[in-house]
Design a protein around this ligand. Sequence first.
Ligand code: KG4
Ligand code: ZN
Length: 328
Amino acid sequence: MLILGIDTSCDETSAGIVEDGLRMRANIISSQAAVHAQYGGVVPEVASRHHMEAMIPAVQAALNTAGCSREDLDAIAVTAGPGLAGCLLVGLNTAKALSFAWDKPLIAVNHLEGHIYANWLDREPVPEMPAIILIVSGAHTELVLVRDHGEYELLGSTRDDAAGEAFDKAARLLGLGFPGGPLIQKKATEASAKPPRLPRAMLGNSLDFSFSGLKTAVRTMALEGEVPVADIAAGFQASVVDVLTKKTQRAVEQHDVRCVLLSGGVAANGPLRASLQASLPVPVFYPPPILCTDNGAMIAAAAYYRAQSGATGLALDARPSWPIALPV
Ligand code: KG4
Ligand code: ZN
């Protein structure tokens, strides 16, 4: 089964083509990072305008790369949420139009479900379930129990900033640029042997997260100007990695799972990967960096399993706050 997957939830315009939820035939990603860098974050209106320009060329490039024509496609999948409303609408309306014009079923996919299935792409053997997934991106920080295909339980999420958002805001406070994650990771390698210990919000027994106190600590330290930027970056990163690791560890202790999956832009963070691998009693899987960030292939992969329960009608609307644990 060949599925075209479209994602325009934030600032990447992407179209991917995946066979049977596993084999990636194309994954075209048109990133707007350079456009938003001058503002220090994603500007929703600017993002949706760029999606409109980049969407159809991305679909065309995906078909060319996969070496197939529209007749070969079995379905068209699209992120319906969560994400920025104006951005979601571009992908959604494109997918609806193609579905109608090409007479292909339309499948709505939850963006977070897409991040889960990024772990299934071009991997042998595929991850075994039940699994815990830690989704850490610019917009999300979620711990989800994946019991089986389509069966999710939300174990914890952020109460304020997402992990990637915290990286981006901290980088801005430290004058490092955007997107902040890779820049903080790089800067932290220049730190002294004893960077400052920054606060960790553990929130009792909860599996929820909070990064706003940490952000304030970075701000205060940056304004005081006594600690070198590289040391603040290292202290910040160590705090985020420690909290993400401990909460994931706790989730694994509470549920009998076969593995831990990692996804979202922050999953590209080297110290986070190393920390999880060193401290968890089960295997840790993470996609290659290009599949950690937003992409259409992961949406096509997730849609393969959604397709078993039928297509979505054309009346579908964008769902900017669609939670992962609720059905389509
Ligand atoms: O998944 P993604 O592309 O977009 C959203 O759905 O939000 O994630 C982007 C986020 C940004 O906040 C970026 O700073 C962060 O992922 N990120 C990283 C790294 N690479 C990207 N955070 C920490 N370390 C990295 N190496
Ligand atoms: Zn994402």
